[in-house]
Design a protein around this ligand. Structure first.
Ligand SMILES: Nc1nc2c(c(=O)[nH]1)N[C@H]1C(S)=C(S)[C@@H](COP(=O)(O)O)O[C@H]1N2
Ligand SMILES: [Mo]
Length: 323
C-alpha cells in the first residue's frame, strides 16, 4: 500500500471554541504520574462547536459518494471534516493537527497478532487481511463522548469473521485490542500525558455482533493515517473512544480487559460506553450532540440509533451502573 496524501482543509481556528481545562483531571493524572511538566491537558473536553469545512472538489471515489445518507437519512459528514478533525492522542490532542502530525506515519509493513484463548492463533499481515475478508461499505454514525458526531462511510469487514478464523475457546469471554506505539512517528506517545499503548476491549458477544466492524478504509479509499491506518475498530453504538485505531494486537481473554480511558478515569469512561442520552458524563450532559457540519445541537439517540441491533446484549443490566 503506497503512502497516500490527503488534501484536507483544516477547520479554521475561529470556528472552534477554546477548550476548557479541567483541574480535577489534571490533578488526577499528575497523581497517576501521567502528566508531563507544563503540559496542557486537552483531554476529552466537551465538543467545540465546529462547522463544516468548505466543500471539497469531489474527485474519484469521493464523487460517487455524493448524496449518500445513513439508514436514517442523515447525510455523510464532509470528507474534509472526517479526515481533518480527529482524535488520535498518540499524535496530538489537537484534533485539527492530527492529519498534519500523522503525515509521516506510513502503516506498512503491518501485521495484526491475534491470539490468547483461541484454537488457531495467527498473525495476519495486512495483505492477508485484505485478501481473506471481503471489504464492504458501512455508513455509520460516530458519536464522540465529548458531544460531537459524524456520519462516516467506512470500508471494512465484520470483526466476527476474523474471530471465526482463530476460533475462540469456550474460556474466551472478552476481546482486548492494542494500538501500535511508534515513538519515531507518534509525537504524543513521548509526552507522558497518557499511559500508552492505547488499549480497548469488548465483551465477546458484543464483538460478534454484526455491527462491530474492522475498518480498513473510508470514503472508498484506504484509511488515512489520522483515522487509524491501516486497520481500526468501529463500534457505532458506543462512544468513539471504544473504536480503537491502528490495531497491532487482538487477544481473547477471560476477564474484562484494562482499557486506557477506563483506567485513567473510570468514573467518566466506563468499559461499556454505550451511547446513552439518559446517562450523563459527570461533567456534561449526553442528551444532545453537535453533528459536525450542522449548527444546532440535535438529540442523542439511545445506543446511537442502533438499539434494535444491540439491545439484547444488555438485557437485565442496569445501564447506569454498567455505563
Ligand atoms: N489509538 C487510538 N484510538 C482512538 C483514539 C486515540 O486517541 N487513539 N481516539 C478515540 C476517540 S476519542 C474517537 S472519538 C475516535 C475518533 O475517530 P476519528 O478521528 O477517525 O473520527 O477514535 C478513537 N480511537
Ligand atoms: Mo472521542
Amino acid at each position: 500500500m503506497a503512502k497516500r496524501k490527503h488534501g484536507s482543509v483544516p477547520l479554521k481556528k475561529d470556528e472552534i471554541t477554546p477548550k476548557p481545562l479541567y483541574d480535577s483531571r489534571r490533578k488526577f493524572l499528575k497523581q497517576m504520574g501521567f502528566l508531563g511538566m507544563g503540559a496542557v491537558l486537552a483531554s476529552c473536553a466537551p465538543a467545540p462547536a465546529a462547522t463544516s469545512a468548505p466543500p471539497a472538489e469531489p474527485t474519484g471515489g469521493l464523487a460517487t459518494l455524493t448524496g449518500l445518507t445513513d439508514e436514517l437519512g442523515n447525510p455523510l459528514t464532509d470528507y474534509n471534516a472526517v479526515t481533518g478533525y480527529c482524535n488520535f492522542y498518540e499524535f496530538t490532542t489537537n484534533k485539527e493537527k492530527v492529519d498534519e502530525q500523522a503525515e509521516d506515519f506510513v502503516p506498512e509493513p503491518w501485521s495484526v497478532e491475534v491470539g490468547g484463548l483461541v484454537n488457531n492463533p495467527r498473525t495476519f499481515t495486512m495483505s492477508e487481511i485484505l485478501e481473506t475478508f471481503d471489504q464492504q461499505e458501512r455508513i455509520y454514525r460516530m458519536r464522540c463522548v465529548e458531544g460531537w458526531s459524524m456520519v462516516i462511510p467506512w470500508l471494512g469487514f465484520p470483526l466476527r469473521q476474523l474471530l471465526e478464523e482463530v476460533e475462540p475457546t469456550s474460556e474466551a469471554k472478552y476481546v482486548a485490542f492494542q494500538t501500535a506505539m511508534l515513538p519515531d512517528v507518534m509525537n504524543g506517545v513521548n509526552s507522558m500525558m497518557f499511559p500508552f499503548p492505547y488499549l480497548e476491549g469488548l465483551r465477546l458477544d458484543e464483538a460478534l455482533n454484526d455491527l462491530s466492524l474492522l475498518a480498513t478504509g473510508l470514503y472508498h479509499e484506504s484509511l488515512p493515517p489520522q483515522n487509524g491506518a491501516p486497520i481500526r475498530l468501529v463500534v457505532p453504538w458506543k462512544y468513539g473512544f471504544k473504536s480503537i485505531k491502528s490495531i497491532v494486537k487482538i487477544s481473547l481473554v477471560t476477564d474484562q480487559p484494562y482499557t486506557m480511558w477506563n483506567t485513567i478515569a473510570p468514573q467518566e469512561y466506563g468499559f461499556y460506553a454505550n451511547v446513552n442520552p439518559d446517562v450523563d458524563h459527570p461533567r456534561w450532559s449526553q442528551g444532545t450532540e453537535i453533528r459536525i457540519g450542522e449548527n444546532q445541537r440535535r438529540d442523542t439517540l439511545y445506543m446511537n440509533g442502533y438499539a434494535d441491533e444491540v439491545e439484547y446484549l444488555y438485557e437485565g443490566m442496569d445501564l447506569a451502573v454498567y455505563y
